[in-house]
Design a protein around this ligand. Structure first.
Ligand code: SF4
Length: 138
């Protein structure tokens, strides 16, 4: 299977979508897709070569805005992203390590999309399935 590098998807979103994902700090829990009111008409989960927080570059499954024209720019998905990887395109991640560190510190204090949200069963399952697709499928 010919799988593209994360940078290809990153560039495509940057050019065509109102949001962009810095994939090396995306955890793969699909929180963005769960909260998007129009997820079926916007998002797909695609295989790409990427590391998980800088560890082990390999094929993982990650969210991609396949139909950005349907996005309403409500930014609920940005609020729900636990790592800060997903941002409006004009605020794309410049310093990944600092963004990840800051977002992780903030997580226990977020009211709506804090730790309890991130550790919900469906996100934990997606995390496993998306990061180790060769081992898990749900
Ligand atoms: S900004 Fe709103 S409509 Fe657009 S992808 Fe995010 S949650 Fe969905």
């Amino acid at each position: 299977m010919n799988v593209m590098d994360w940078k290809e998807y990153h560039e495509r979103m940057k050019e065509e979508a109102p949001l962009v994902i810095h994939y090396p700090i995306c955890g793969g829990g699909d929180e963005c897709i769960y909260v998007c009111p129009f997820s079926d008409r916007i998002w797909e989960v695609v295989p790409m070569k990427v590391s998980l927080f800088g560890v082990r570059y390999k094929v993982r499954l990650r969210p991609f805005m396949a139909y950005p024209e349907n996005c309403k720019r409500c930014y609920i998905c940005v609020q729900a992203c636990p790592t800060g990887a997903l941002q409006p395109v004009e605020k794309s991640v410049k310093h990944p390590a600092i963004t990840l560190f800051y977002s992780t510190l903030r997580l226990p204090f977020k009211k709506r999309y804090g730790l309890r949200f991130v550790f919900r069963k469906e996100h934990a399952e997606r995390f496993k399935c998306n990061n180790w697709p060769e081992r898990y499928s749900f």
